[in-house]
Write a protein that binds this ligand. Structure first.
Ligand code: FAD
Length: 482
């Protein structure tokens, strides 16, 4: 590489992580080239239009914790576009039983186990069992266990089965038995400080009192964030190359070169940011092919329904699905089990979306797929998925939805990072000097985690470049004159 004073940095991946890293790099004066293999940037933030209503088929909201997303939105001039979900709360559905989700601190852990909502969800024995938790010795459930072990030991089986498992499956696509306590943002520290799970959940709870309320969205959907980032990248002269898949990155002397699958050199820079999945990062760095994908496959199915009976938002902003009691031994006369893991009533949750939809039209979004299994919709044709989604939505919402009320359907499958657990080696990808990584396998799931992680990756890259330059200057100044 020549001694060009302007550092040149390659970013692989045009999801929010890559876009945020590219923006920070460009604003610090670097020349940036971003590669996105898809037809448009955004990754798992994607807007589609269903029956004339914009629908997020990937991320639809952001956690307000930490303030990192709001800070970025402020920098992008989007602060007035932030919208709050309707304060309707969400529900948990188990078979025929549907109850409002009690106010929770994190991952369904109740903050007030004896409140009417908690008693309704847990029954009196479950609520009383949970209520004694602050009196238990700190050591109960301690150690390096999973969230499932911890919750069962401290709060009892009902909290685990009726609240924490559905929330963990709905939010992380993971069973709490697979989820490390250390992977839940803020929980280990709060638990250490408070010595009780309920007290930790209270500490973590954001100001909003409705469960699931500690999130916000953007008018018209999260794609507004992608659009604003792209506008900024355009202003800063970042080259965004869509439809270009990087196959590998290789170090040559002090620079990094990106190649496509034909071995063609795509570009060259002083550093590389890999804002892709862990598997993709491993493969780009020439690591050994991993046996079997550890990513979780999920499918989102959105339905547009002309159904005034949904005007009352029967399940608030949406519902998480818990295992049905006795579902495995259910007889032939039992109603079919709910296959979806969660439903969002989009037009109830986001009033501005209801305005766009107009009277009587509702958008509901179901999600399918849990860690370890392909989504139940995989391999099914649209007609079969439509039947399944209508049946699931009917049972979750408690309203018999007919084919005639359907105004449209769209479906989208995603690969998402597996939850971090205690047994998995999280540093499976050795990251060489000059390469920086971002994404939910680095920072944790969700925009509130990946955005700070992407900014940290950009910062590290810039620091490395500064240090290299400084070391060269010192070396040069220290060299004996001829
Ligand atoms: C259905 C669903 C709902 C979600 N809901 C929420 C939510 O409501 N709130 C929330 O905070 N989070 C949510 N998430 C998670 C959130 O979407 C992700 O954490 C976040 O979008 C990840 O961004 P990223 O840039 O790290 O990864 P991605 O968005 O996956 O971006 C990676 C990009 O890299 C590209 N790429 C991969 N390999 C290459 C290559 N070799 N060359 C070039 N490009 C490549 C991909 O095409 C992709 O565009 C949801 C996720 C899903 C799937």
């Amino acid at each position: 590489m020549n001694a060009d004073p302007t550092p040149r940095i390659l970013v692989v991946g045009g999801g929010v992580s890559g876009l945020v890293a590219a923006r920070d790099l460009a604003r610090s004066g670097a020349e940036v080239v971003l590669f996105e293999r898809g037809d448009r940037p955004g990754g798992r933030i994607r807007r589609e239009v269903l029956a004339g209503v914009p629908v997020d088929v990937g991320a639809e909201a952001f956690a307000t914790r930490g303030g990192a997303v709001s800070e970025l939105l402020g920098e992008l001039g989007l602060e007035n576009e932030i919208v709050s979900p309707a304060p309707l709360g969400s529900w948990v559905v188990a078979g025929e039983r549907a109850v409002p989700l009690p106010a929770a601190g994190t991952l369904g852990i109740p903050v007030a186990p004896l409140s009417p909502a908690s008693r309704r969800a847990l029954g009196l024995p479950g609520a009383l069992r949970a209520a004694i938790e602050p009196l238990l010795p700190r050591a109960v459930g301690g150690g390096r266990g999973t969230l499932g072990d911890l919750v069962r030991a401290r709060l009892g089986k009902r909290v685990l089965e009726r609240l924490v498992r559905p929330v963990a499956l709905g939010v992380h696509s993971a069973d709490p038995a697979e989820l490390a306590v250390s992977s839940v943002p803020g929980l280990p520290g709060a638990l250490e400080r408070r010595g009780s799970l309920i007290a930790a959940a209270r500490e973590l709870r954001a100001s909003s009192s409705a469960a699931g309320g500690a999130v916000a969205g953007l008018r018209g959907g999260m794609t507004a964030l992608v659009e604003a980032l792209l506008a900024d990248l355009g202003d800063a002269g970042v080259a965004v190359r869509t439809g270009v898949a990087v196959d590998r990155v290789e170090r040559e002397d002090e620079s990094w070169t990106a190649f496509d699958a034909n071995g063609q050199q795509l570009d060259r820079g002083n550093a590389v940011i890999l804002a892709v999945s862990e598997e993709a990062a491993g493969s780009l760095l020439g690591g050994p092919a991993r046996s079997g994908s550890s990513s979780v496959r999920v499918e989102v199915v959105a339905l547009a329904l002309d159904e005034p009976r949904l005007d009352s938002a029967p399940r608030g902003t949406g519902a998480l699905v818990a295992a049905e009691p006795g579902s495995r031994s259910a007889g032939a006369a039992s109603p079919p089990r709910i296959v979806a893991k969660a439903l969002t009533h989009v037009t109830a949750k986001w009033p501005e979306r209801a305005q766009r939809a107009g009277s009587g039209l509702h958008i509901v979004r179901l999600s399918y797929g849990r860690a370890g299994n392909p989504p139940e919709t995989a391999g099914l044709g649209d007609a079969a998925v439509q039947r399944l989604a209508l049946q699931d939505a009917s049972r979750i919402l408690g309203v018999d939805l007919r084919r005639e009320s359907l105004r449209g359907m769209l479906r989208r499958e995603w690969l998402t990072a597996p939850p971090r657990n205690t047994s998995r080696d999280v540093s499976a990808v050795p990251v060489p000097h000059g390469v920086f990584v971002a994404g939910d396998w680095v920072g944790g799931t969700g925009l509130a985690s990946v955005i700070p992680a992407a900014r940290a990756a950009a910062d590290q890259a810039l620091r490395m470049i500064r240090e290299t330059k400084q070391a060269r200057t010192t070396e040069h100044e220290g060299a004996p004159r001829a």
